[in-house]
Ligand binder design. Structure first.
Ligand SMILES: Cc1cc2nc3c(=O)[nH]c(=O)nc-3n(C[C@H](O)[C@H](O)[C@H](O)COP(=O)(O)O)c2cc1C
Length: 218
C-alpha cells in the first residue's frame, strides 16, 4: 500500500510534469490533433435548411473540441479517399485555407491530418471584422486564398473564384450550425488590410471572407 509520503511525492511529480508540459507548450505551440469527426447524426437536411440563418448575438461560451472537429470537417474536410472535400472547388486546385481565430490564438486547419497547426499566439478576434460581436464570440473562421496558385488568371478572376469556393464552405458551416443549434454569420464587413496584417499572410495570399461561430445569446 502507498504511504502518505509516497502519495505526496507522486502528486508533486505530477505537478512538476504538468508545469514542464505547460512551459513546453508556452515556448513552442504544437499541432493540435483534433478528435475524429463524427460520421453520423445531425438533423435531417430539411430540418437544417429550415433553421439556417445569420445570427449576430453570441454567448461567450466556448466550443468543445469535438464540436470544433465536426465543424471543420463539415466546412472543408476530406470526405473521399481521393482527398476531395465536403465543398466543391475551382478547377480542382485547392486555394482556400481556413484559419481558426480563438481566444488562445490563431490556428490553421490542415484537413489531411485533421489537425490544427499553430499560426499565431495572439487573440486577433477583434480584428476579424467591423462588428462588435466578433471580439467576444468564441470562434471566427477566416477564409484565406492562395493567389499564387491562380496566377494564370486575372486578379479579378482570382477574387471571383476564391469567393465562390469560400461561399460553398460558408454554407456548409451554416448548415452544420443549424443542425447543432449553433449561431453563425458569414461576413464581408472586414478591414481587409488590417486583418491581413494581423494574420501575417505571405504575399499573394488574401482574405476572402470571415465567419463567426458560437452559441446564440439567450
Ligand atoms: C457575401 C456575404 C457577405 C456578408 N457579410 C456580412 C457581414 O459583413 N456582416 C453581417 O452581419 N452579415 C453579413 N452577411 C450575412 C447577410 O447579411 C445575411 O445572409 C442576409 O441578411 C440574409 O439573412 P439570413 O442569413 O439570416 O437568411 C453576408 C452574407 C454574404 C452572402
Amino acid at each position: 500500500m502507498m504511504t502518505r509520503r509516497q502519495a505526496s511525492a507522486g502528486i508533486l511529480a505530477s505537478a512538476v510534469l504538468a508545469a514542464v508540459a505547460t512551459v513546453a507548450v508556452a515556448q513552442e505551440p504544437k499541432p493540435l490533433q483534433l478528435p475524429s469527426p463524427r460520421s453520423q447524426g445531425g438533423q435531417p437536411l430539411f430540418a437544417a435548411l429550415k433553421q439556417r440563418r445569420s445570427t449576430r448575438e453570441y454567448s461567450d461560451r466556448s466550443l468543445q473540441v469535438q464540436i470544433l472537429s465536426d465543424l471543420l470537417w463539415a466546412a472543408f474536410g476530406i470526405n473521399r479517399p481521393s482527398g476531395d472535400r465536403t465543398a466543391p472547388y475551382w478547377r480542382h486546385i485547392m486555394v482556400i485555407d481556413i484559419y481558426v481565430a480563438l481566444a488562445d490564438g490563431v490556428w490553421l486547419y490542415e484537413p489531411r491530418m485533421h489537425t490544427l497547426l499553430p499560426h499565431l499566439k495572439d487573440d486577433i478576434r477583434e480584428q476579424t471584422g467591423l462588428q462588435d460581436f466578433v471580439a467576444t464570440a468564441p470562434l471566427n473562421l477566416i477564409y484565406v486564398a492562395h493567389g499564387e496558385r491562380m496566377m494564370d488568371i486575372s486578379p479579378e478572376e482570382r477574387r471571383l473564384y476564391a469567393s465562390v469556393d469560400t461561399g460553398f464552405i460558408g454554407q456548409n458551416v451554416y448548415l452544420f450550425c443549424a443542425s447543432e443549434g449553433l449561431a453563425t454569420v458569414f461576413r464581408g464587413a472586414i478591414d481587409y488590410p488590417k486583418l491581413t496584417r494581423a494574420l501575417k499572410l505571405p504575399d499573394q495570399q488574401f482574405v476572402t471572407f470571415a465567419q463567426t461561430v458560437g452559441y446564440p445569446r439567450v
